[in-house]
Design a protein. Structure first.
Ligand code: ADP
Ligand code: ZN
Ligand code: ZN
Length: 636
């Protein structure tokens, strides 16, 4: 009888290793098995077949084989565990998620919130033809770069069709299914039952059914968010990463993988092609990948962008020029999209008498006023009634600083009562169905404003949007993150792309910093110039893509031991430039600090850190400290 190395899918780091079991002839790598484990049983994955058990090991037989995944996914998971400093068990659980047993026959998942497709164009543009040609005959990774409306989605669809003809499958990643109903709708309209959709709104049973349709080969195309990169497609020919700049591709819990990096690895393992599409690519992608450039919009120009200098215009959040444009929209019964990347009524309550800003008791941030009655912490969810007097000095003179989406909604209702308002933020739309309804309503209504947080700037395509405006382009610029400028540039450019896809559109950007680089370049739609300069800056500072970052965050009840633990870690890490320890905002009552390593060898640094942390584990437990190691973090 042959033997198999099996990774039990248990979370404890203490048993994070392979165990040897006896298996029947024919069981191979990728088999999902049930095994006796200690005094109980566990689910496990076969990672290798061996002739003999290691000396001194009395291998027990497995109980049963309960499923299988393609062997390349085992290899992918083991690589992921190593690269991101997680355990193989946690990584293997991504590629072999537990699925509920089938109880009874079920109807297939209800028709998803996907919108109808569009007819296939009669002919592709020359750059589209060149891009499809390169993708289907090429190898490796490509950047598909083109403004919104330049025909990127059509290139994905044609490349998928050609892969299908050759017998290959495809995975299409989108940042968030609910925000990409058109993309999903177009893939489904073109390929019908050949498409499986994986998203967080599915029940466990629905997800199992979709996974089975994929595994059996019934569905050759998978559309989904981040975790769809692990879909058990066999004979994978193409991976599409749509809106590749979107930060949601990075998972922010263990394993902290980046689906874009995993996509490149999976493509390399399977000899597939990976295509990263965006109108505003990341500097990392721009620098590293071959560009397939679609150029500007098909059949239309990008709309002119007017920058409104808020140092010279009163009326924030609605300046006079913006009100003027909105009045025109009201007259034409047209549509407008307004972006304000801040929820609530006012981002802070401030006492004019003593200068106190009301803060969260658990976190070092101001509480945000919601409605007129409650104060909420956007980090920990702490909620309290809004006081009528200053809690520090008792003065009734409390000022509401700044504006959030609720305030914008009020001002719009007062100034332009003839316009219908649809607010889109995490408070207004808690569920994907509500989001789909709101978007549908916007599509079907005339004389309407869609206002909200960055959700309004994501990939929706609406016809007849004559005005798009950024209420406050500066909200993200003050963030202490080297990606702050990149994010601001992407947000403004993406929003500008929502306007004038058919109607002649106008774009307004309100800012106190009209000369700031991301704002000035976004106003000229100058993506190439922005990225060239951004890459120069990154190079000078040795930031990605010129180095990898590894971020180590320690948190605990007091700041001093947190910093001390990081100092000790710092002393033990070699071969990287180390920044910090720097104190971070206190969150949920925990003091936190971080150490950031700049390195060419992130795995080496991450594994050094993991070793040092596990050596320090007993002391850290005693001091109630916890640590997180994040390889290639997307925010600092
Ligand atoms: P993107 O994904 O870059 O935003 P799309 O693929 O959605 O661009 O194309 C924008 C619009 O142009 C869509 O309505 C699409 O159906 C249409 N379109 C795409 N390619 C062509 C083409 N070659 N000829 C005519 N219309 C096209
Ligand atoms: Zn006061
Ligand atoms: Zn809080």
């Amino acid at each position: 009888m042959p033997f198999a190395s099996v990774y039990p899918l248990v979370t404890a780091r203490a048993v994070a290793r392979e165990f040897t079991y006896e298996v029947d002839e024919g069981v191979g790598v990728g088999a999902i098995v049930r095994v006796p484990f200690g005094r109980s049983r566990a689910r496990g994955i076969v990672t290798a077949i061996v002739d003999a058990a290691p000396p001194g090991v009395d291998a027990r037989p497995i109980e049963s084989v309960i499923g299988e995944i393609p062997p390349t996914l085992v290899e992918l998971a083991l690589w992921l565990a190593d690269y991101y400093g997680s355990t193989p068990a946690r990584a293997l659980a991504l590629v072999a998620p537990e699925s509920p047993k089938r109880r009874k026959e079920q109807a297939p998942p209800a028709e998803r919130q996907s919108l109808s497709g569009e007819a296939e164009p009669l002919e592709l543009s020359p750059p589209q033809i060149a891009a499809v040609e390169r993708i289907v005959n090429g190898q490796g990774n490509y950047l598909l770069y083109g403004a919104t409306g330049s025909g990127k989605t059509e290139v994905y669809l044609q490349a998928i069709a050609s892969m299908l003809e050759r017998g290959f499958g495809a995975i299409v990643l989108v940042p968030e299914i609910a925000l990409a109903p058109q993309t999903v709708g177009r893939v489904r309209a073109r390929f019908g039952e050949n498409v499986a959709i994986l998203h967080s709104g599915l029940t466990d049973a629905e997800r199992r059914d979709e996974r089975e349709r994929i595994a059996s080969g019934e569905a050759r195309i998978v559309v989904g968010a981040r975790s769809a990169i692990f879909a058990p497609v066999r004979g994978l020919g193409l991976i599409v990463v749509d809106e590749e700049h979107d930060p949601s591709y990075k998972q922010d819990s263990d394993p902290r993988y980046d689906a874009r990096t995993v996509a490149a690895k999976r493509a390399a393992l399977e000899g597939a092609v990976a295509v990263y599409g965006s109108a505003t690519p990341r500097p990392e992608t721009w620098a590293a990948l071959e560009h397939l450039d679609l150029g500007g919009r098909l059949g239309a120009d990008l709309p002119p962008v007017r920058v409104i200098d808020l140092r010279r215009e009163a009326g924030y959040p609605l300046s006079a020029p913006l009100l003027n444009e909105l009045r025109k929209v009201a007259e034409h019964r047209g549509k407008a999209i307004l972006l304000l990347n801040r929820r609530g009524l006012a981002p802070a309550l401030h006492c004019r008498a003593c200068g106190t800003t009301i803060r969260c008791p658990n976190c070092d941030v101001a509480l945000v006023l919601h409605g007129d009655v409650s104060l909420r912490c956007h980090h920990c969810g702490y909620t309290t009634d809004s006081p009528s007097n200053c809690p520090a000095c008792g003065s009734p003179d409390l000022a509401r600083l700044g504006a959030g989406t609720q305030k914008l909604e009020r001002e719009l209702a007062r100034e332009l009562p003839e316009l219908e308002l649809i607010r889109l933020d995490a408070d207004a739309v808690a569920k994907p169905e509500q989001l789909a309804l709101a978007l549908q309503r916007f599509r079907e209504t005339d004389g309407v404003v869609l206002l909200g947080t960055q959700m309004v700037a994501k990939g929706h395509h609406f016809s007849g949007v004559e005005l798009a405006a950024v209420i406050d382009a500066d909200t993200g610029l003050g963030m202490p993150d080297f990606r702050a400028e990149e994010r601001t540039f992407q947000l403004i450019t993406q929003l500008a792309g929502r306007s004038g896809r058919d109607a002649p559109g106008r774009v307004l950007v309100q800012t106190f910093q009209p000369d700031a680089r991301p704002i000035a370049h976004a106003a000229r739609h100058d993506v190439g110039r922005f990225l060239t300069e951004e890459l120069e800056r990154r190079k000078a500072l040795d930031y990605p893509p010129y180095a990898h970052l590894v971020r180590i965050v320690v948190s605990g009840p007091e700041l001093e031991p947190v910093v001390r633990a990081l100092e000790e870690l710092k002393a033990g890490i070699t071969g990287a430039e180390l920044l910090g320890p720097a104190a971070l905002l206190r969150l949920r009552g925990k003091h936190r600090a971080q150490l950031v390593a700049k390195t060419e060898h992130p795995r080496r640094i991450a594994s050094q850190a993991a070793r040092l942390l596990s050596a320090a584990a007993p002391a850290m437990r005693k001091a109630k400290l916890t640590a997180v190691v994040d390889v290639d973090p997307q925010s600092l």
